[in-house]
Design a protein around this ligand. Sequence first.
Ligand SMILES: *Cc1c(COP(=O)(O)O)cnc(C)c1O
Length: 390
Amino acid sequence: MKINANYLNLEESYLFATVERKVSEYKAAHPDKKVISLGIGDVTLPLPPVAVTAMQEAAAELGKKETFRGYGPYRGYRFLTEALQKQYAARGVALEEEEIFASEGAKSDLGNILDLFARDNRVLVPDPVYPVYVDTNVMDGREIRFVDGTAENGFLPPPPAERADLIYICSPNNPTGAVYDRAGLKAWVDYALKWGAVILFDAAYERFVADPALPRSIFEIEGARECAIEFGSFSKTAGFTGVRCGYTVVPKALVREGSSLNKLWLRRQSTKYNGLSYVVQRGAAAVLTPEGQEQIDRNIAYYRENARLMAEALEKMGVWFTGGKNSPYLFFDCGGDSWSFFDRLLEEGQVVGTPGAGFGRNCKNFFRLTAFGDRDNTLEAVERLKRVLG
Ligand SMILES: *Cc1c(COP(=O)(O)O)cnc(C)c1O
């Protein structure tokens, strides 16, 4: 028996474990202090009521012989995939229903999709980065190249000159909050078409885009159907981080070496996956109704206002940052080593954020704050941040 030795090449991620350890040590030493966390990437507002009702009703259906359901379709129930299709259509993206696959979330599909691609593809990953893109490829033993996001390019790196086969793009970005405009994404689509590469587009935060000039789906860009797969999620938009639901769009026009990736993905899913819970799919479909959209828009507006308050404070202090406008993240220049800044902010302000050093080599002096906190805590954190930075 031999293990997959690629796992030995994974770098230990100490980021959130270290943050957690430092915070609990501080709390133990200062039990009287109130610590505010703007660190983790989880939401705080509860589920929209339409989703709760729909899931209760769905559970009740499963409890009656006449309405019981067992295994569902591999791609998800039509009531969900058609609702997703309509959502795309409303934004001018015409998809076939068979191009949409419901899933348990974006993270697992981002990993699972790699089943379709040979080991000897060259992977291009922007740095800073959501660590899943790197680790899933290290597990498979693929060659990874990085493209540098820097303060100079606003953490929106353009395509490099060298070849790539698989490309990751996350926009609005975690951790930087930066969002590609149409021209920026078009450059990546053109690059992918030139090399015959495939873009894996992570749209987990699309709903935070408020500016209508900014793309929310890569399929808004001409040529993307021939070179991109898109991953969406109900997690950050509808509070489904614990419920679990996402979707993956694999266009039929995406063909490599004579094979339709849509067909390969269906084959992969029908072999290794039995679909997601009927109850959850009913909850997700309820989110996509007009009433559900109204309810989640209220939540998004709440998080957006949190982001705006933090952005305003940073602007006033003359601190350089990305995000905060079309994204729940703010990524700011903390003026020195981000772990030292983490310690200072915790000790002097009792605020917890995430050091940029944990996301890559290009952002060791940057610091991430999230807008997913409670309003009063966010307001208090802003005041404390002003004291520490000011
Ligand atoms: C949170 C997050 C996801 C998430 O997904 P799930 O649908 O909860 O699995 C995907 N990509 C990024 C960049 C995220 O931050």
